[in-house]
Design a binder for this molecule. Sequence first.
Ligand code: NAD
Length: 362
Amino acid sequence: MLSIQTEEFSIFKQLAECGHQKVVFCNDADTGLKAIIAIHDTTLGPALGGTRMWAYKSETEALADVLRLSRAMTYKASITGLNLGGGKAVIIGDNRVDKSEALMRRYGRFIKNLNGSFITAEELGTSPKDMEYIRMETQHVCGVSESLGGSGDPSPVTAKGVYMGIKACVKEYFGSDSLAGRSVAVQGIGQVGENLVHLLREENAKVYVSDIDEDRLMKVAKKYGAEAVATHSIFDLDIDIYAPCAFGATVNSETIEKMNCAIIAGSANNQLLNEQEHGQQLLDKGILYAPDYLINAGGLINCYSEIAGYSKKRTMQLAENIYEATRSVLRKSKTENIPTNEAANKIAEKRIADMRKIKGTY
Ligand code: NAD
């Protein structure tokens, strides 16, 4: 039976609040596909964003997630200077049991019907193999393996961007961007974290590492000459830089109170538990925060390069631009005495507004 929308829940109200252009609901009974593709803004170019597959508790939760994530992609592409818009997609289901070739290919057909206004990539719960299935139906997908002409693992590019963001902050705080002798605590030494440790140690930074995976922790610490610390004691360290590279929301009232560092710069998404409150708290405490979505844009840069015809050299050059982009954010934050995350948002919004003046939407 068709249920009628109640007055309290309005999809269009949600879209208006976040400024979305289009949301596509993909339904296919044969494969069990239930997906939502959200296109937030295409002023700068086609909307690019990963496809997340997750066992959401409700459709409302899935919609809220895709709207929030797609909007964030608009900001990320804009501040990074890429000609891309923001989008994201979610497939509702348990990625361990509900995924199949047919489901992914059917989903690929929905993307194909969007005629290039949405390009997707791997995200939580999807893999390069899934992207290959999508590629069988549409060209509008990136993040396929190198053997298929794709860009492969984005982590080294992400780590490079984070490293450049760290250097920009160090320049602002200490007057020189040299990392020699600077102390850095890297929380989470997975794909990005390990690559970051490598770059930091190459420049003779003093590196502390922590990870819940003990074996990995010991291996990485030994390989790069870093000092392993227990996960619970990372905020007891007296360090120059805290680099969160594991999960989000590690910057909150409780941890800010404890923190003994000059700079926060890492790859994790959504590092601030509450954007407004904790951005301001960091400013008040004099801790320089490199906005996460700016310095972790390497993954997006990797996809962007793949669309343009992949070149490793060009990709790394784009990641290096994160240095200047971070400097601009820090300058604006200082001049206007506003949190760095707010300064980043303003710069991203201004670029979109400026480009809107010179052309219509994609
Ligand atoms: P990953 O899963 O390879 O690594 C995460 C590491 O964090 C793992 O080794 C895990 O054991 C560790 N970890 C988990 N909980 C921890 C805890 N409490 N304390 C310390 N370590 C803990 O992930 P990744 O690809 O390296 O990504 C790291 C972060 O950066 C994620 O938040 C991801 O969303 C974000 N990010 C990654 C990319 C990319 O290119 N991979 C791009 C943008 C953002």
